[in-house]
Design a binder for this molecule. Structure first.
Ligand code: 5AD
Length: 365
């Protein structure tokens, strides 16, 4: 296979690559070749999404979770975590921080809980955030699997984007990463319900899970295309010692290097296949290298989600080891980010919602 030919084809139209070509691109490790790959992805990003990075302040609102994912630090069975739930005032304060810092959008993320009380609590919070921001702030939810009715109520209350990672699009790998009771088909169906309800729909996967093959990773990207997603949020797997999958694994420099490299290739290849979706350069990249998120932008991502949670609870929202910025407040995080983005010649789109261009295209199709 010839790298330049594949990149030229990928740039000429979305969805132009087959599984073998995706695997070929994902497997690149040579520095000159990966730089060529990233430059091609960045070209596509510039063409479809314009210059600049869109921000979403992420509010980690609760680590109480009914799920027990084998890789996740806040899984239900981890008794080494102090559980917390922010109350309404704390969430609204964080939302105000997003407005004050001119982020344009926020993400409300938390452990997966399904109950009437939870649905109503979130609904009230959403109504208040919408009012506070005069309806201008983009609001994304990342609150897991819910009923169609709950998704609809939250949308009526002001949310317009929803992130629900499929974690792996391969049902067998999904089953290896989750205990009984976690249902791949239900999760996939939730993505369909979100679409039907009218959200901009985002999903993503864990990259580089032990035992995962590159064809599986390539098929994850094909799944994004098949589901016609608007947004992608994905990150390299990072072991957490209090989990079944991470108990015997250490995050060595060699592992960090490999995971970062695969995570960056994944962003670039996803951009090259899907073209006009929003792609986040996620915190997991920053956990692997201090400049991980900037490198994600250089590989074709156009969204960054800085943490706006109060520092009191950050240490209790450790999904994986090495989670950065545990003792940094929102203003400090932002100042560092602005500096780091400027150092790679990137700017921030302040006070803009930064909706997915793909979603806009679908609305007009
Ligand atoms: N490494 C990387 N990402 C993780 N997540 C959970 N645990 C880990 C881990 N060990 C991700 C999941 C989830 C998101 C909120 O965090 O993909 O969807």
């Amino acid at each position: 296979m010839n790298l330049d030919d594949i990149l030229a084809k990928a740039k000429s139209a979305p969805r132009a690559l087959c599984e073998d070509e995706l695997v070929f691109l994902l497997s690149l490790t040579n520095e000159a070749e990966t730089q060529t790959l990233f430059a091609a992805a960045r070209d596509v990003k510039l063409r479809t999404s314009g210059k600049g990075v869109n921000l979403r302040g992420i509010i980690e609102m609760s680590n109480v979770c009914a799920k027990d994912c084998f890789y996740c630090g806040i899984r239900k069975s981890n008794t080494n975590v102090a559980r917390f739930r922010l109350d309404e005032d704390e969430i609204l304060r964080a939302a105000q921080t997003c407005i004050d810092l001119r982020y344009g959008s926020l993400v409300l993320q938390g452990g997966e809980i399904e109950s009437d009380a939870h649905t109503t609590f979130i609904e009230n919070v959403l109504q208040k955030i919408t009012r506070m921001s005069g309806g201008k702030l983009g609001i994304t939810l990342s609150l897991g699997e819910q009923s169609e009715e709950t998704y609809a109520r939250w949308q009526c209350a002001g949310a317009h984007r929803y992130l629900l990672r499929i974690e792996s699009a391969d049902p067998e790998l999904y089953a290896r990463l989750h205990p009984a009771g976690h249902d791949f088909e239900r999760r996939k169906n939730c993505l369909r319900l979100l679409r039907k309800t009218g959200y901009q729909v985002g999903s993503g996967v864990l990259i580089g899970v032990p035992g995962q093959t590159l064809p599986q990773v390539a098929r994850d990207i094909l799944f994004f295309a098949e589901m016609d997603l608007d947004m992608i949020g994905m990150g390299p797997y990072i072991p957490h010692r209090d989990t079944p999958l991470g108990a015997d694994a250490a995050l060595t420099p060699a592992l960090a290097h490999r995971q970062l490299a695969l995570g960056l290739n994944m962003i670039a290849v996803t951009r090259l296949l899907l073209h006009d979706v929003n792609i986040a350069s996620t915190t997991a990249l920053q956990a692997l290298a201090p400049d991980g998120r900037e490198r994600g932008v250089l590989a074709g991502a156009n969204v960054i989600m800085p943490n706006v949670s109060d520092v009191t609870h950050r240490k209790d929202y450790r999904l994986y080891e090495n989670k950065p910025a545990l003792d940094e407040n929102s203003e400090q995080s932002l100042a560092a980010l602005v500096r780091q983005l400027a150092s790679i010649g990137e700017s921030i789109n302040w006070d803009t919602r930064g909706d997915s261009p793909h979603f806009a295209m679908r609305q007009h199709a």
